[in-house]
Design a protein around this ligand. Structure first.
Ligand code: ADP
Ligand code: C5P
Ligand code: MG
Length: 270
């Protein structure tokens, strides 16, 4: 299956117009959200908006913007895991190693942290960076029921299953080496942009995984572990894609429009 996430970039003219009007279009989208709301969520099952995307695609940035305008509770799986690391617990020490390796923490741990955080609020919940693997998805759904909405911040990343991919001799700072699959120029540009964002964030984030080596591993984990989840959810028709390759304001305006089409749109903040 083709996993190369090719985006339809707006024309130069359109993107200029969008950039100029990003704030006003965000406001328009916000009022559209307000006007389409259909009442408070039921008590039984909270509304959950999952937000996924590759490393550096802007999940945290978009969630921060959303909670400023809408009555949602933002839960970042990564933040919950980092808080556990900070607590100094034995579990936290295990988590720290996994994060540094750019791998995925055992689902029981992450779902347990989410369960605890969700029990302390009513929602609707904006859960960012989850589910990151099929195991994450299965563990969460076993407790909370099926995922009904996934906002996917799209960035073209190369995947081994893309048919046009083939072994290639490439060179980087380590010298020449054979890469198992060639990457399209498009995905190379996007990965470079995401890496740039993350390295810049690393200057002040203090995160153990915002370094070139771990970023490379995180991209790999995203493609091999997280993309199958997106494929599965896409088959179910619950994935809503938004191109993440634009200014944060422009992406936000697209996000608001997408959320406004949800059958149970989020309520604006009081
Ligand atoms: P994620 O949570 O998906 O890893 P973040 O929201 O933390 O990504 O964003 C990663 C970095 O990129 C942050 O430093 C953020 O300020 C920056 N960033 C987020 N969105 C954009 C964007 N659309 N354009 C440029 N930089 C961005
Ligand atoms: O989403 P964020 O970038 O904050 O995640 C940081 C790291 O936390 C991931 O690279 C991964 O090691 C870990 N994580 C995880 N399972 C999740 C979310 C994050 O293992 N569902
Ligand atoms: Mg994040």
């Amino acid at each position: 299956m083709l996993h190369l996430l090719v985006l339809q970039l707006p024309s130069l003219l359109a993107s200029r117009t969008c950039a100029r009007t990003a704030t006003s279009s965000s406001r328009a989208a916000a009022s559209m959200l307000a006007s389409t709301e259909i009442g408070k969520q039921g008590a039984a099952k909270p509304t959950i908006y999952f937000v996924m995307g590759g490393p550096g695609s802007g999940k945290g940035t978009q969630c921060e913007k959303l909670i400023q305008s809408y009555g949602m509770v933002h839960l970042s799986a990564g933040d919950l895991l980092r808080a556990e690391v900070k607590s100094g617990s034995a579990e936290g020490r295990k988590i720290a190693k996994i994060i540094e390796e750019g791998k995925i923490v055992v689902s029981e741990t992450t779902v347990g942290l989410l369960r605890k955080a969700m029990s302390q609020a009513e929602g609707p919940f904006l859960i960012d960076g989850f589910p990151r693997s099929m195991s994450n998805l299965q563990a969460f759904e076993a407790e909370m029921g099926p995922c009904e909405f996934m906002l996917f911040l799209e960035v073209p990343l190369s995947t081994p299953s893309t048919p046009s991919l083939r072994p290639a001799l490439v060179t980087d700072h380590r010298g020449p080496f054979v890469r198992a699959h060639a990457r399209s120029p498009r995905s190379q540009v996007s990965e470079a942009e995401m890496e740039k964002r993350l390295l810049k964030r690393g200057v002040s984030s203090g995160r153990s995984d915002d370094n070139a080596e771990t970023i490379r591993k995180r991209f790999h984990t995203f493609v091999s572990e997280s993309m199958p989840v997106m494929d599965e959810l896409e088959r179910r028709g619950v994935v809503h894609k938004v191109s993440a390759e634009a200014s944060a304001d422009e992406v936000y305006s697209r996000v608001c429009e997408t959320l406004g089409r949800h059958p149970r749109p989020v309520l604006p903040k009081e």
